[in-house]
Design a protein around this ligand. Structure first.
Ligand code: SF4
Length: 143
């Protein structure tokens, strides 16, 4: 069965910065077609839950209280990539707008709810390594 990396928060794991999850519909349909590999780059990078929210600012990731957490986000991205390769996955379904998992559109770095074109650290690395990355609004393309 084809392997699919998936943001753990989309499966109902309470790993988001606010200690909550964002469970999606169609999980059972996805499981009929894919072996799901749940990943959370921010946990893999050593960050706690809950944690201070962060946004992409240029090449860095900065928390709302001004701390540079780029290293943690990059470590988490590298771990997700490592697991993706280990399991032979070629695709990933990642939570939209996240500074790790977002692809195409992310928050603007001002913590005002604004959005800009861009990629989270994990999505960017996976795409650079040849993975196909989808957001949860694109799930129909996978099932
Ligand atoms: Fe969800 Fe990805 Fe954020 Fe983890 S890093 S909470 S999987 S969006």
């Amino acid at each position: 069965m084809e392997k699919l990396l998936i943001s753990a928060c989309l499966l109902g794991v309470s790993c988001r910065y606010d200690g909550k999850s964002k469970p999606m519909e169609n999980i059972e349909k996805l499981m009929e077609k894919y072996e799901l590999i749940p990943v959370c780059a921010e946990i893999f990078g050593g960050l706690p839950t809950p944690r201070v929210p962060a946004e992409i600012c240029g090449e860095k990731v900065i928390t709302s209280d001004g701390r540079d957490v780029t290293g943690e986000y990059e470590k988490g991205a590298a771990e997700v990539l490592r697991l993706g390769k280990l399991f032979g996955a070629k695709k990933a379904l990642l939570k939209e707008r996240s500074p790790s998992c977002g692809s195409g559109i992310i928050h603007n770095g001002k913590f005002d709810g604004g959005l800009v074109p861009g990629f989270g650290k994990t999505a960017k690395l996976l795409i650079a390594e040849g993975f196909e990355v989808f957001g949860e609004s694109q799930t129909d393309k996978l099932i």
